[in-house]
Design a protein around this ligand. Structure first.
Ligand SMILES: Cc1cc2ncn([C@H]3O[C@H](COP(=O)(O)O)[C@@H](O)[C@H]3O)c2cc1C
Ligand SMILES: O=C(O)c1cccnc1
Length: 354
């Protein structure tokens, strides 16, 4: 059995009895029942993930998977392909969106070259290149089945390393010009939806947008991915970044740590992971609503409701540091609020206020 199958087989559902105990504690805290809303649900979900009622997540990291997409030669993206490599290095220089938001939230990033077209060497860059960009899905499969499996396994291995370094909560991000095309294609095949899943990505004029829809629909007709086989879908119309992130979701579930979805690309990876093992769902946390149309379709399919609505559509993992802060709030509630049992109605000060 390969590494991927072994991991998929070992992912267990979230711990229902820890969730019940957490729920009981939430209801015993000094507040009206349900008054902390989704923070309460989140605290309960975190208990299900770790198996403990009280949690804290000190070391937080967003994994950014960078790779190029052969389909950009069809004109589906407004930006030149070189931006992928440039931004990959800029992430490590600390000057990109995800870099500064992570720093502001006290969290870290790991940047992984899982398939950037050019060869990169920069301090801190994790080079796990499966190939130098995918092939053009408008002309044939984006990659082989073995490459798709290797990309997922690379993501699983990154999570293993982060867990060994003491990270206990993860976010998922990406950089790859053209990856809203691959994400929409995977979303269309997995959910059966049509071109309403295709958006303008980082920005397109109307003519290029029309072309993008045509290219994606044709790529699906040409490659005929098998919707019941997630790896077939990934290999034919997906990307190496999506594969790597799928591995991050699987790895996080295997190690029983929470993992945040950011935008449309990571949402699609989350769906692929859940199709490989539905138990993964219990470990996934949503962050914010992405403006890309496939995002809503995929999140509905997953039954996940994002915490934040910030009109953001960057990708890179930019919603994850915000999500980490919401998790800190849920933990503060659970760990630091008193319960009704712990306070006494005969406390001295009550004499004064009576
Ligand atoms: C400067 C720049 C920085 C980015 N950071 C994330 N993306 C986002 O846009 C890309 C996907 O959009 P499309 O499919 O239209 O190419 C991905 O790299 C995604 O992470 C960026 C895009 C650009 C141009
Ligand atoms: O929401 C996203 O993830 C997104 C949207 C547009 C371009 N890149 C990413």
């Amino acid at each position: 059995m390969n590494k991927l199958d072994t991991i998929i087989e070992k992912i267990v559902p979230a711990d229902e009895s820890a969730k019940e105990s957490a729920s009981a504690r939430v209801d015993s805290l000094i507040k009206p029942i349900g008054s902390l809303g989704r923070l309460e649900d989140l605290a309960v979900q975190l208990a299900g993930i770790t198996g403990r009622v009280n949690n804290s997540f000190e070391k937080k990291c967003t994994v950014v998977m960078s790779s190029d997409n052969g389909v950009v030669e069809e004109g589906v993206a407004s930006s030149p392909q070189e931006i992928t490599a440039m931004q990959t290095v800029n992430m490590l220089k600390g000057i990109t969106g995800i870099s500064v938001l992570s720093k502001a939230a006290g969290s870290d990033i790991r940047v992984v070259d899982i398939g950037v077209k050019s060869d990169l060497d920069y301090p801190g860059l994790l080079v796990r290149k499966i190939k130098h960009g995918t092939d053009n899905m408008a002309k044939g499969p984006a990659m082989t089945r073995d490459e798709a499996i290797a990309s997922i396994e690379a993501g699983i291995e990154i999570v293993e390393e982060l867990v060994a370094e003491g990270y206990s909560i993860l976010g998922t991000g990406e950089m790859g010009i053209g990856n809203t095309s691959t994400s929409s294609a995977v979303a269309m095949v997995l959910t059966g939806c049509g071109e309403e899943a295709i958006g303008k990505g980082a920005g397109l004029d109307d003519e290029a947008y029309r072309k993008k829809k045509e290219v994606i629909s044709n790529a699906i007709s040409l490659n005929r991915p098998d919707s019941s086989d997630p790896i077939d879908v990934l290999s034919k119309v997906g990307g190496l970044d999506i594969g790597g992130l799928t591995g991050c979701f699987l790895g996080a579930a295997y190690h029983r740590i929470p993992v945040f979805v950011d935008g449309v690309i990571s949402a699609v990876a989350a769906l692929l992971a859940c199709r490989l093992n539905p138990n993964v769902k219990g470990y996934i946390l949503p962050s914010h609503i992405s403006m890309e149309p496939a995002y809503r379709i995929v999140m509905e399919e997953l039954g996940l409701r994002p915490f934040l609505d910030m009109d953001m559509r960057l990708g890179e993992g930019s919603g994850c540091p915000m999500g980490f802060q919401i998790v800190d709030m849920a933990c503060a509630m659970m760990n630091n609020m008193a319960t009704f049992d712990e306070i006494s109605l005969s406390d001295d000060f009550l004499v004064d206020i009576r």
